[in-house]
Design a protein around this ligand. Structure first.
Ligand code: ATP
Length: 210
C-alpha cells in the first residue's frame, strides 16, 4: 500500500484534488471526517467527552455542540490536553482501521490537517502539497465559500508557511490557475502513480516500510 499524505493551506484546493484522485481509485481517508465520526451520538468517544466536560457540551438533539465544547476545551492548556487525550487515540485507531482495509496494492490518500505543522510527513511514502497564492485562496474562500475575509486571513496566518510546506513536499501541485489545469496535472500524477517528477526527491527523507 502506498500512503500519500495530502496537505496544503486552507482553500488551496485539497478537496478538489482529493476528489479527482478518488475518481481514479485512491482511498480517501479524511481526518476531519474521522474526527467527527468518533464523537457521533452513541459513540464511546462522545460519552468520554461528556464525562470530561459535562452534559452542557451536548446540543438539544443529543449531538455534540462544537462551539460549547470548544469554549470549554480551549479555555486552558490542561483542558485542551484532556480533549486531545480522548480524541487522538480514537482518531488514530479508526484511521488505522481504514488503512488496514485497503488492499496491498491500493493507494491511500490521507487528508490530515497539521501534516506539516505536526511533523507527520515521515509517516508517508509521498507527501502531496496543493498550493495557490494567498490572494487567490482568499478570493476562493470569501467569494465561493462566503467566509469573512478576516476569518480567512486569521486561518491562513495560523497555518504553516509555504517554505515549511516545501521542506516536506515530494510533489507540489500548483493550483493557481483554472481547476482544469490542476486536474490534468493530477491525472498525469496518477498515470505515473504519483511518482514525483524529480526522481531523486523521494530519497530526501527516510520512508516508512511499504
Ligand atoms: P480546506 O482547506 O478548507 O479544506 P481545500 O484546500 O480543500 O480547502 P477546496 O475546497 O478544494 O480547498 O477549494 C476551495 C474553493 O475553491 C472551492 O470552492 C473550490 O471549488 C474552489 N477551487 C478549487 N480550485 C480552484 C481553481 N483552480 N479555480 C477556481 N476555483 C477553485
Amino acid at each position: 500500500m502506498l500512503r500519500v499524505g495530502l496537505s496544503g493551506g486552507i482553500g488551496a484546493g485539497k478537496s478538489t484534488v482529493a476528489a479527482r484522485l478518488v475518481e481514479h481509485g485512491a482511498v480517501h481517508v479524511d481526518a476531519d471526517v474521522i474526527a467527527r465520526e468518533v464523537v457521533e451520538p452513541g459513540t464511546d468517544g462522545l460519552a468520554k467527552v461528556v464525562e470530561a466536560f459535562g452534559a452542557d457540551v451536548l446540543g438539544a438533539d443529543g449531538g455534540l455542540n462544537r462551539p460549547a465544547l470548544a469554549a470549554k476545551a480551549f479555555a486552558d492548556e490542561e483542558s485542551r490536553r484532556r480533549l486531545n487525550g480522548i480524541l487522538h487515540p480514537l482518531i488514530g485507531a479508526r484511521t488505522a482501521e481504514r488503512m488496514a482495509a485497503v488492499p496491498p496494492d491500493g493507494i491511500v490518500l490521507h487528508d490530515v490537517p497539521l501534516l506539516v505543522e505536526g511533523g507527520y510527513a515521515p509517516n508517508y511514502h509521498l507527501v502531496l502539497i496543493v498550493d495557490a497564492p494567498v490572494e487567490t485562496r482568499l478570493r476562493r474562500l470569501t467569494e465561493l465559500r462566503g467566509m469573512p475575509e478576516e476569518d480567512a486571513r486569521a486561518r491562513i496566518r495560523a497555518q504553516a508557511t509555504d517554505d515549511q510546506r516545501r521542506a516536506v513536499a515530494d510533489v507540489w501541485l500548483d493550483n493557481s490557475g483554472p481547476a482544469d489545469a490542476v486536474l490534468a496535472e493530477v491525472d498525469r500524477l496518477w498515470a505515473d502513480r504519483l511518482v514525483p517528477f524529480e526522481a531523486n526527491v523521494r530519497l530526501r527523507r527516510p520512508r516508512p516500510p511499504m
